[in-house]
Design a protein around this ligand. Sequence first.
Ligand SMILES: C[S@@+](CC[C@H](N)C(=O)[O-])C[C@H]1O[C@@H](n2cnc3c(N)ncnc32)[C@H](O)[C@@H]1O
Length: 264
Amino acid sequence: MTERGADIHRAFHDVERVPSSRPAVEFLRAAETVPAIAAYRSRLRAHLAPAAGETVLDVGCGVGTHAAAIAAERAAAGADGPVVGVDRPRMIEQAGATHGDAVRWLPGAGEALPLDDDSVDAVYAERVLMYVDDPVDVISEIARVRRPGGRVALFELDYASMVLGGDAKIADEVLEVVCGTVGQDRMGRTLGPLLTDAGVLVVDQTPYAMTIPPPVWAQAVRGPVEDAVADGRLDRERVDAWFAELGAPGAYPGSVTGVLVCGT
Ligand SMILES: C[S@@+](CC[C@H](N)C(=O)[O-])C[C@H]1O[C@@H](n2cnc3c(N)ncnc32)[C@H](O)[C@@H]1O
């Protein structure tokens, strides 16, 4: 069972303000096994398609797995060029320790990117905007650093689209709790209009339904639920009965839709 305080969403809002970054780091490593993540990333990379010498930026790069993979892919294809990852200092420290200097790791915030205007050819962010106070601030920074006509790819979950099995009433209550913890719970469907407002031409919006494997489920859903039980928003007995129902053979595993939006 996830301990109270290991709520992953709180860590992603600001990893500097939680007691330990370890649950967030472990969560990101476990999330790498979700098949839909590999699927949207392959499409995202095809859209960014950086030529040799072009600069790629990952906003909210987390532990750096994808940015490092892009750097390696470019090197293998003879299309080397700068890859930059920006995230909060704790994440950047972890990324650098794990992946070394094939990527330029920069501590910073999406709301104030530590990069010059028009300095990036291809920029992406994955599962970041749903955690920021105002996604417009980050999108306008992305538009500022992107050179005119540069490629943009954003992928965000739409937590309000989560499908939960078991008793419908408690499932709805849990959904409300999880959405409240995430913050921007309709981020996927909001990306296209926000990018358009920032002057980016949206060329594609593709939804991905993601099933939620047990280790990811334990933190994405169970963490906020345990917090809600502790402060009286959810009832322990009903929650336990619901979890038992979800553990039964044939129960629906849970899913959420994310949206990849590509622009130029
Ligand atoms: C769910 S994780 C995703 C990490 C990475 N993009 C991936 O796909 O594995 C969200 C990341 O966004 C970062 N983040 C949240 N708010 C941020 C902000 N305002 N500026 C920069 N990074 C932020 C978190 O620190 C965390 O690493």
